[in-house]
Design a binder for this molecule. Structure first.
Ligand code: ZN
Length: 481
């Protein structure tokens, strides 16, 4: 890739210029530093709103691994590190992504892979997975030169665990403008944009608010590990049950449709490069339309755009809405490409089989993948605690799963042992019957093609609606007895 080499060369050359610039900055007057500080305090960079990332490159730079983001405008940003596993997170204002149509950079030096996306309104995030502990040796923004625009540069250098921890404790590095970098801390990562306002009542646009800005559940929150939790990152949580609302028969049933993943958590990636997060949102929209067209349902989506939402936030949206049903949509992938067809999962302390346990542990990693620090969350309890109220919901969930599978079977070929169970964190609402639907395997060419097709999604959503109808008819029948 000669172009890439030339570019890395230019970045090096510019890096040198930049270093000189930084030395000059060190001896600059206090006034300049004060100005810099002012810029930090002004969270919106003037041009940040229109900034677009046009390319990402990774390559060696002396002893370091250099990660370069090409930008149309300069943006302020924060860089901080996380361990278990080792990651570097770059937060910036909401930016557009218009990358060239080629795969993202692969393994190089200490760099393993990266993902990006909208972390919350006004805040885009990049998560870099590291192959080993590494520190941010240097970071800066370069001014445009020749045919190159602004470049945000991060130099990573492998380090011992001790050095990594020391740097991590120093807090995030904030860069406000060209060629400046500053170590501030120790403080929790400060995001660039102020949090969005908190809605008092849940509504359809509940997803447009920041997950961080939403009040953390004011509930006894014993944080416990999922049953599939040999991996300590499978944080689930315990919530106090509420009495389910008895709705008059003529009132609309409230269904929460949860499009799995989003933002910097793409979910699984299909053969053709399609992200699970896009498939789940497309199906969620289809299902909402289908259900609402019947006039019997009020449907809320946990997210309406490509944005990250924490697992517990998804559960909270359902509880706040006093939902009658929660459906989390996903698509799996597996080594064996021949395996296809949808399956339905419900919550359980003990997984039905090894595959279900593995799947739950994979799906429960969403928060981790999006660059959230889970080290302060208590994850040492070994089992999900399930109380009586939860059990009632679990029975309802199983009944619903039965109806859903029956109607899916009429429309598509489903997986063997279709109804399975495991410790899915997103199914933890104690008072809302909840299921997780794996709509198919993105590793299977037929499933992938199907799920990408609007016609197929319509059929699939239609089948789901039939199952939902059947479930509520049953519930109403039971009540009227
Ligand atoms: Zn998923």
């Amino acid at each position: 890739m000669p172009g890439g080499v030339t570019r890395i060369f230019w970045d090096r050359f510019d890096g040198l210029r930049n270093m000189l610039g930084m030395i000059r900055l060190k001896v600059a007057s206090m006034a300049a530093i004060f100005t810099c500080f002012l810029t930090l305090m002004l969270p919106h960079a003037l041009s940040a709103a229109e900034a677009v990332v046009t390319d990402v490159r990774v390559g060696p730079q002396a002893r370091a691994t250099r990660v370069v983001f090409e930008l149309t405008n300069q943006v302020p940003y924060n860089v901080f590190s996380l361990s278990n596993p080792y990651r570097v997170v770059i937060d910036m204002p909401e930016v557009g992504w218009r990358l060239p149509p080629r795969p993202l950079p692969g393994r190089s030096g200490v760099f393993e892979t990266l993902r990006y996306g909208l972390y919350k309104p006004g805040n885009s995030r990049v998560v870099v997975d590291l192959r080993q502990p590494a520190i941010v040796k240097k970071t800066f923004i370069m001014a445009p030169i020749g045919t190159y625009g602004y470049r945000l540069v991060i130099d990573l250098v492998g380090a011992s665990k001790a050095v990594f921890t020391r740097h991590q404790k120093a807090g995030p590095i904030k860069v406000a403008q060209l060629g400046t970098s500053q170590f501030v801390g120790p403080k929790p990562p400060v995001t660039v944009i102020p949090a969005a306002s908190i809605p008092t009542k849940p509504s359809v646009n509940v997803v447009a608010t920041s997950p961080q800005a939403q009040p953390q559940p004011q509930l006894p929150q014993q944080v416990v590990a999922a049953s599939s939790g040999q991996n300590v990152q499978n944080a689930a949580f315990q919530l106090a049950p509420r009495k389910p609302a008895i709705r008059p028969q003529n009132e609309k049933r409230v269904v929460i449709v949860d499009a799995g993943h989003g933002g910097p958590d793409p979910g699984t990636i299909g053969n053709s490069g399609i992200f699970e997060k896009h498939i789940t949102l497309a199906m969620a929209r289809e299902l909402k339309q289908r259900l609402e067209a019947s006039g019997r349902y009020k449907v809320l989506l946990t997210r309406q755009r490509d944005i990250f939402i924490r697992l517990r936030e998804r559960v909270q949206i359902a509880r706040d809405a006093g939902a009658d049903l929660f459906i989390s949509l996903h698509a799996d992938s597996i080594k064996n490409r021949k395996i296809n067809g949808p399956s339905v999962y419900t919550l359980s302390e003990n997984a039905s089989d090894k595959e279900a346990a593995t799947l739950a542990s994979k799906e429960n990693k969403s928060d981790l993948i999006a660059g959230i620090d889970l080290t302060n969350e208590n994850r040492d309890v070994t089992n999900i605690l399930i109380d009586l109220a939860q059990r009632e919901s679990m029975n309802q969930s199983a009944t619903f799963a039965g109806h859903l599978i029956k109607s899916l079977k009429q429309e598509v070929e489903v997986l063997r042992n279709t109804h399975r169970f495991a410790g899915f964190a997103v199914l933890k609402a104690p008072d809302v019957p909840s299921v997780l639907v794996e709509m198919g395997f993105l590793s299977n060419p037929t499933d992938e093609r199907n799920l990408r097709s609007r016609t197929y999604r319509r059929r699939f959503a239609g089948a789901m609606k039939k199952g939902i109808d059947a479930y509520f008819s049953r519930v109403e029948e039971a009540r009227s007895r």
